[in-house]
Write a protein that binds this ligand. Sequence first.
Ligand SMILES: NC(=O)c1ccc[n+]([C@@H]2O[C@H](COP(=O)([O-])OP(=O)(O)OC[C@H]3O[C@@H](n4cnc5c(N)ncnc54)[C@H](OP(=O)(O)O)[C@@H]3O)[C@@H](O)[C@H]2O)c1
Length: 198
Amino acid sequence: MTTIAVLGNGRVGGNLAAALTRAGHKVAVADRAPGAAADAAQSARIVINATPGAGSLDRLTALREELRDKILVDVSNATTDGPDGLPTDLIYPGSSLAEQLQQALPETSVVKTLNTMLFPVMTSPATLTQTPTVFLSGEDPQAKQTVRELLTDLGWQKEWITDLGGIRTARATEAAILFVPHVIRSSGFTPFAVSIAR
Ligand SMILES: NC(=O)c1ccc[n+]([C@@H]2O[C@H](COP(=O)([O-])OP(=O)(O)OC[C@H]3O[C@@H](n4cnc5c(N)ncnc54)[C@H](OP(=O)(O)O)[C@@H]3O)[C@@H](O)[C@H]2O)c1
């Protein structure tokens, strides 16, 4: 049982919090109420960022003390969105939100994962008809091992998890968001994950 704070109580945050609670973890969810994120992060071992990527760097940098020596699992995508609410462009081209977070929070182990799929897949990967991939990016091998265990709790089989390497590799998975609006426009909101087929 791990104490986990989920920042953001929307589609992603609510879904992850429910699944992690079902898996036996102690989960606190923070909405945007003043102080909620700090309170939740303070008492957690792992903090999951499920808030909009555009403001994440400012929001999480403000929690530097609460995040010290913790694992920050970043599942967000930092994009500008079009009038239909779908992503159009990256906010950190040539870099990534995860790299910016790791640089701003040197005492925190940032692990990027789960950002390359629609939210229902995060907690029900086995429901897809083809084998999905989930990626890991981060500098701290131990933190990535802990996140692997969380992914297993969410239903991810070991061979579906691909560790891409250091936090710089997150720029590849964050760029995969550029597929999303086009896939949704062509096939609707049917759940999918950007995956490696061999
Ligand atoms: N949806 C997906 O399938 C999917 C897949 C992969 C990654 N992601 C990423 O996951 C993140 C969350 O996506 P989502 O679909 O769950 O979005 P969402 O349903 O809009 O939920 C966002 C959550 O963040 C909260 N929030 C918004 N602004 C905030 C602020 N300034 N301070 C604190 N909390 C704030 C919202 O609170 P309010 O309800 O009060 O606005 C809400 O609880 C995004 O970065 C997104 O790119 C989404």
